[in-house]
Design a protein. Sequence first.
Lengths: 298, 271
Amino acid sequence: MKINGVVIENTFAEAFPMKATRLIITALNPTWAMNSAQALTGFATSVIACGCEAGIERVLSPRETPDGRPGVAVLLFAMSTKELTKQLQNRVGQCVLTSPTSACFAGIDHGDPLPLGKTLRYFGDGYQIAKKLGPTRYWRVPVMDGEFLCQDVTHLTKAIGGGNFLILAENQTQALAASERAIEAMRKIPEVIMPFPGGVVRSGSKVGSKYKALPASTNHRYCPTLKDVVDSALTKDVGAVLEIVIDGLTSEAISLATKVGVRAACGLGRKGGIIAISAGNYGGNLGPYHFKLHEILK
Amino acid sequence: MISLTLNVALTAGLDLAAINPTAFAGLNLAKIERLRIQYGPAQVRLADLFRITGTLDESLEINSESATLHGIGSALNSGKITLNGDAGDYLGAGMRGGEVVCAGNAGERAAAGMRGGRIEVTGSVGNFAGGTLMGATTGMKGGALIVGKHAGARLGDRMRRGLIMVRGNVGPQAGSQMIAGTLALLGGTATGLGTGMRRGTLLVADRDAVLPASFVVTGCYALPFVAVLCRHLAALKPPWRSRLAAFTEIERAVGDRGCDGLGEILIARGE
């Protein structure tokens, strides 16, 4: 299969089950909502060492938020409910509660509850106020700029992590340009995040290492500087590879994001230095979700 | 829907606490007619006072021109009761779920001890609405009471949870001894707002509301919570949305400090 002269390899991305939730962060204006969301989703690129993977799903207009202020929807993914709960408390406590004018709401209203304001309320030192409106409980915690409003719980949903595709280009500049085009298109898709810096990862990993302490190490078969040294997966004309990792709430969302992203990346075409699109997998042994490039793109 | 139409002029109070759609479950019309109700000092059959028509489902309609039908909906867990006429005392008192609509006025202690569901009174309610049942130490514990006209004295007395919204004026000491919960007062207010209040919220549209001396004004704010609350109120009663417009900014008073209370009165200060 080729798109715009770019070879689409007949392979698949291998993804695995995760636990996820969505938060809605609001503030007095879009800038401060984004400041808080960026802080909350910082250092959350990979569960390998960050505890969770998180990212900004989309910007919300005042009409879309519970308090009628500008907002941002963020998604958090972790490998277990316990870890997600821990990350949620730490990140909301340190990055949203602390952010001027912010408020925090659940972005998913079904599934097992995850404590949000339920634990953060104790910061109020007895001056916090509980309010139950219909079935929803809120906590109002007095802070120095007024009041931090936080929903009591958010909810857990099953999700998928590790969807991905690889952009193989002649050089670094071309690979980066294609990645940027892909990310710009993929950010319009709901229910997915691309958790790495700018949505792109250059240090794709394989499971394990020659060093026993490391759970993951560089994916040497895709490193262009090792082409003639190892059993490289790259042809001679490939000078750079970049990966886009996708976490999503559903397999449909990941498939759509993959489709949109690959097509956008292929927009530069073979003449733009893009040689092939591939995907990372472990022979089907790691995760139950397989995103086959040819099926998604047909 | 089963329809009960009062066909006698009542000379004493009638207790309808046990009459609701759930109580009718599994009964045919003949058995419903034989249900016993307390009428003054005596027990009578339902059919002695009402013409009973309709088919059994989750709703009940009561048509009455008497204001002495007490306890309507007080044992309601689910389903809907529509009262075309005035209600006596204890309308929906202690109810746990479902909906009661009263197209008229209600007497004393409407929604007293209510735990869940929704009561809407298109007219006015008497004293102690949302307050305590006799002998109880806490008032309303959940659900919503919506009043289209006015409310008597001590609205939400000792209320612990839930929401009361009144479009018209409220009598003296609204929110007295409140423990928690929310009163949304969209009309005029009287003296003694929040007297003895421990916690809870009084949302007050009356810009001229007189605060008791034992409340401390902490300043004017635009709180996100008030926006969330107003959206919730507007969803409960969309036609009253315009009455909530002035809550974009509120003046917050805390009290009743006379009893170390941390309740709040939020007075509309927006344009």
